[in-house]
Design a protein around this ligand. Structure first.
Ligand SMILES: NC(=O)c1ccc[n+]([C@@H]2O[C@H](COP(=O)([O-])OP(=O)(O)OC[C@H]3O[C@@H](n4cnc5c(N)ncnc54)[C@H](O)[C@@H]3O)[C@@H](O)[C@H]2O)c1
Length: 366
């Protein structure tokens, strides 16, 4: 019987205690002195299928932080795949190092060898700090790579599909909060206008929403602002804006003790992973404030749906059609949360767990 549960991670805990809290199946520590490779592969759950999730390269402040990241992210992938109806498990990998300085062909290919040795239990893809070229190096050593460029038979950049799913989830949340899913005239703040955020602003502008944007990079802000008429605000100001919808599209953990009381929106719907710093605390806090929260792993699943489509025979139209269903799934989650008197993130987690448990039983017969 699969058992997933909510946990509040403690970084000072022993490694096995942390793995046990999150209920991972396998953690692989990869080390190679020659190339300087230090990586951790987290395989959270493979009941529904191979554990799929990107590789992130980041200069973590400590190894504990890297482990915490891979544990949280791989568990999120389990939920994302399960709730999206995909035959995939949840996994993720982190390479510890500076993506601008520490990367080499040899390091990436060595990492590919470690993935190869897992015989398909883990399938990797691109994440923060990795490029398409890096994926090509990993692909030289193992076939268990997804999200490849179209020229290599892959589905190309998943970001537009992720943005489309996020937009669908946002519309469903608007329907719940405002009684209509029309976003025309709604004030929407988008935090982070990178790959996904940029495409999301385009969709919002097409629907005549009033969009506010912020980012670290000024040239990117200028580009998006000029293209879509979005208003630029400072990075800190984003939390205090008098908007209808706040869309976190940068990094995780932005809904926390410091920001929650500043938010004036009625809806939160964005593509960032792990938006709630602590789901046990900040999920209920949003309910208390009357904010409709669209669960992150549900509405940002478009990219994963696109990548999954590659594994079963790529068709972009099918990937978009499946992503469009996020609208209905999000409304289902709101109904479940209301019925059970729980917050939306918890309802989404329960829905995902339920599918893993029931399909786990189907698969117990060989
Ligand atoms: N790319 C996908 O298909 C996909 C799929 C699912 C989830 N996500 C998640 O969505 C988020 C965005 O992904 P992306 O591919 O667009 O990444 P990206 O790196 O292209 O964009 C992120 C942007 O956020 C900006 N940023 C970082 N910190 C910020 C801050 N404090 N304030 C304002 N802006 C800040 C960065 O400068 C960058 O422009 C990430 O959390 C990612 O894990 C992405």
């Amino acid at each position: 019987m699969v058992e997933l549960k909510e946990v509040a991670p403690k970084k000072d805990k022993a490694v096995f205690a942390q793995i046990s809290d999150y209920n991972h199946e396998q953690i692989v520590f990869c080390h190679d002195k020659e190339t300087g490779l230090k990586a951790i592969i987290g395989i959270h759950n493979t009941v529904l299928g191979p554990a799929l999730g990107g590789t992130r390269m980041w200069s973590y402040a400590s190894e504990a932080e890297a482990l915490d990241d891979v544990l949280r992210l791989s568990r999120g992938m389990t939920y994302k795949a399960a709730i999206s109806g995909l035959n995939l498990g949840g996994g993720k990998a982190v390479i510890i190092g500076d993506a601008k300085k520490d990367k080499s062909e040899a390091l990436l290919r060595k990492f590919g060898r470690f993935i190869k040795n897992l015989n398909g239990a883990y399938i990797t893809a691109e994440d923060v700090g990795m490029t398409t070229k890096d994926m090509e190096y990993i692909r030289m050593e193992t076939e268990h790579v997804s999200g490849l460029p179209e020229s290599m038979g892959g589905g190309g950049d998943p970001s537009p599909v992720t943005a489309y799913g996020t937009y669908m989830g946002m519309k469903a949340a608007a329907k719940k909060a405002f009684g209509t899913d029309a976003l025309s005239g709604k004030k929407v703040s988008v935090q982070g206008v990178g790959h996904v955020g940029g495409y999301l602003v385009e969709l919002l502008a097409k629907e005549n929403a009033e969009v506010y944007i912020t980012d670290i990079y000024e040239d990117r802000l200028r580009e998006v602002s000029n293209k879509y008429g979005a208003k630029v605000v400072s990075m800190d100001e984003i939390y205090d804006l008098d908007v209808d919808i706040y869309s976190p599209c940068a990094l995780g953990g932005t809904i926390n003790d410091n920001t929650i009381n500043r938010l004036k929106c009625q809806v939160i719907a964005g593509c960032a992973n792990n938006q709630l710093r602590d789901e046990n605390v900040h999920g209920p806090a949003l309910v208390e404030k009357g904010i409709v929260y669209a669960p992150d792993f549900l509405i940002n699943a478009g990219g994963l749906i696109n990548v999954y489509s590659e594994l079963v025979g790529y068709n972009r139209d099918n990937a978009y059609a499946q992503t469009e269903r996020i609208y209905g799934y999000t409304l289902d989650i709101f109904n479940l949360a209301e019925k059970e008197g729980i917050h939306n993130q918890l309802a989404a987690m329960r829905m995902a767990e339920q599918r893993i448990q029931s399909i786990g039983k189907v698969r117990s017969t060989y």
